[in-house]
Design a protein around this ligand. Structure first.
Ligand SMILES: [Zn+2]
Length: 264
């Protein structure tokens, strides 16, 4: 019989357990309770992660915080019906509108602590801030724990490319990246890919600002839409991951700024 594969966990510090995966998951220990950021797509994996974290920290996951509604971050919610599931009102709207098929033998579970713009979790003198910034999707939120010196950005950061959803707002995205680099953090957990340093995020921010500058100039020059991607590809990504902006997203951003600049 092949051995059952167990989810790999990495203990980043005494109170941080990190589960790298298709979408990264992290669990923060608050002594008597724990907080989980993202719950993943696969319910069996999520169940194992929960067991693993609860046994290591010897407490219960009381809070689950979601960065955005996409199923690779939220699909395993039914496993956490006994927890406070924290999400922005926009996330809940998107989640309900997505009308996903329930997981067999599980009830439909939605977030039960819903906030507008910002929310603060206070537990045993520890405060964790959840803020909806928009960016990758309008509901995109970050989770910041000063005590753990940890920031989780959801898909506003990935280590391959940046990709924006249908109603993605690049200006809000840039503001969020600027907020990230101002935090006093040691661990930046991104949506997909490796843990980042602030230097890395700064490199991505500089690249994104350069791309914005180029797109705005091309809008002013009335460069043809087809040529924009080619021009923007000439901007070299910075930092060790070489994170670039997906072609789809370049066009979305071009259209966004063109509309904002009221150029027909
Ligand atoms: Zn994702």
């Amino acid at each position: 019989m092949p051995k059952k594969k167990t989810k790999i966990s990495v203990q980043l510090s005494k109170d941080i357990l990190y589960f790298p995966g298709h979408a990264n998951i992290v669990v923060l220990n608050f002594d008597t309770k724990s907080l989980m950021i993202e719950c993943g797509r696969n319910i069996n994996d999520a169940s194992e992660i929960r067991r693993n974290a609860e046994s290591l920290f010897n407490n219960k996951i009381e809070y689950v915080v979601l960065t955005h509604f996409h199923s690779d971050h939220t699909h395993s919610l039914p496993l956490f019906s006994d927890c406070q599931i924290i999400a922005s009102d926009q996330l809940v709207k998107f989640l309900k509108a997505a009308k996903r098929k329930p997981i067999k033998n599980y009830p439909v579970v939605n977030p039960n602590v819903v906030f507008e713009e910002e929310y603060s979790i206070k537990e045993a003198e520890v405060e964790v801030i959840v803020k909806q910034t928009g960016g990758h999707t309008p509901d995109s939120s970050y989770v910041y724990s000063p005590k753990h010196k940890l920031l989780a950005t959801g898909d506003n950061l990935r280590s391959d490319f940046l990709w924006g959803g249908r109603k993605s707002d690049p200006d809000k995205w840039i503001s969020a990246l600027k907020e990230y680099v101002d935090f006093d953090v040691e661990h930046i957990i991104i949506g997909h890919g490796e843990i980042m340093t602030k230097e890395e995020v700064n490199a991505i921010l500089e690249y994104v600002l350069e791309v914005k500058k180029q797109i705005i100039e091309h809008i002013e020059y009335r460069t043809k839409e087809e040529e924009i991607i080619q021009k923007v590809k000439e901007v070299t990504p910075r930092g060790k991951f070489g994170v670039f902006i997906h072609d789809d997203t370049i066009i979305k951003w071009y259209k966004f700024w063109k509309k904002k600049m009221k150029i027909a």
